[in-house]
Design a protein around this ligand. Structure first.
Ligand SMILES: C[S@@+](CC[C@H](N)C(=O)[O-])C[C@H]1O[C@@H](n2cnc3c(N)ncnc32)[C@H](O)[C@@H]1O
Length: 219
C-alpha cells in the first residue's frame, strides 16, 4: 500500500539529501536479484533516518535486520568516522552480499556484522546505543524493544519499522479485516499498543513508507 501519493513522494525524494551511489548500487542489485527486495527501507526512509542520526550526533547504532546491507550503509554515511553500526541478521547469504558491497564504500569500515538471532545477540552487546533500528523478525518486535530501551543513551532514539504494516494494524479498516490471519499484524499491534501505554516512553508513529514508530525515553 502506497501511503503517500507516488508523485509527492518522488518530489520529496528529489528535494532531500539522499544515500550515496554506493547505496544505490545495493538497492538496484537487490531489487533486480534478491527475493524479498520490498523489505529495503528505500530512499525516503533512509534520508529521514540520516536526518535523525545527524540531529542527535549518533555514534553507536544497533540495527536488527541487515538483509543486503542497504540501511546499514545509509546509516554509516550519516555517523562520524569513529562511529559504529552493529547490524544483526540470521541469513548468511544476504550478509555475505552486504559485506561485499560495504567493502567498496569508504564508510564500510564503520559497520560490524553480527550473524545470529537478534534475541541471542542483543544481550551480548555493550551499551549504550544512540540509535536502534528494529527491522527484523516481527514476532519478537516487543522483546527487541524491551531489551534495547535500557541500552539507549539518554537522548537515544529507537525506530521500529513497518509499524503500520500496510495499514493492517488500524482496526476497522478493510485491510485489517482481510488480514485477520496475518500473525505479524498482531505482533506489530502489540508493540504499538505497548509504546502507547508505557508512561516512560515518548513515541511518535509516522506514516512514512510502511510506518515508522519513533521512540525515546522520557527524561
Ligand atoms: C526487513 S529485512 C531488513 C532490511 C534492511 N534493514 C534494509 O532496509 O536494508 C529483515 C531481515 O531480518 C532478518 N531476520 C529475520 N529473523 C531474524 C532474527 N530472528 N534475528 C536476526 N535477523 C533476523 C532477515 O534475514 C532479513 O534479512
Amino acid at each position: 500500500m502506497q501511503m503517500v501519493d507516488k508523485k509527492i513522494e518522488e518530489y520529496c525524494i528529489a528535494k532531500s539529501n539522499l544515500p550515496s551511489a554506493d547505496c544505490d548500487r545495493i538497492e538496484d542489485y537487490t531489487r533486480a536479484n534478491v527475493h524479498g527486495s520490498q523489505m529495503l527501507i528505500g530512499k525516503m526512509e533512509a534520508s529521514f533516518i540520516g536526518f535523525l542520526l545527524r540531529s542527535i550526533s549518533a555514534k553507536r547504532v544497533l540495527e536488527l535486520g541487515t538483509f543486503t546491507g542497504y540501511s546499514a550503509l545509509t546509516m554509516a554515511e550519516n555517523i562520524p568516522e569513529d562511529g559504529e553500526i552493529f547490524t544483526v541478521d540470521i541469513n548468511e547469504s544476504t550478509v555475505a552480499l552486504a559485506k561485499e558491497f560495504w567493502s567498496k564504500s569508504q564508510h564500510g569500515h564503520k559497520i560490524k556484522s553480527l550473524l545470529g538471532n537478534g534475541l541471542d545477540i542483543i544481550p551480548t552487546l555493550k551499551a549504550p546505543f544512540d540509535f536502534v533500528f528494529i527491522d527484523a523478525d516481527k514476532r519478537n518486535y516487543i522483546d527487541y524493544l524491551k531489551l534495547t530501551v535500557p541500552m539507549l543513551s539518554p537522548r537515544g532514539i529507537i525506530v521500529i519499522d513497518n509499524a503500520l504494516w500496510s495499514g493492517r494494524v488500524v482496526p476497522g479498516t478493510e485491510l485489517s479485516g482481510s488480514d485477520l490471519h496475518d500473525r505479524n499484524t498482531e505482533f506489530i499491534r502489540l508493540v504499538n499498543d505497548y509504546i502507547a501505554s508505557e508512561p516512560t516512553l515518548y513515541g511518535t508513529l509516522l506514516p512514512i513508507r510502511d510506518g515508522m514508530f519513533l521512540v525515546t525515553k522520557k527524561i
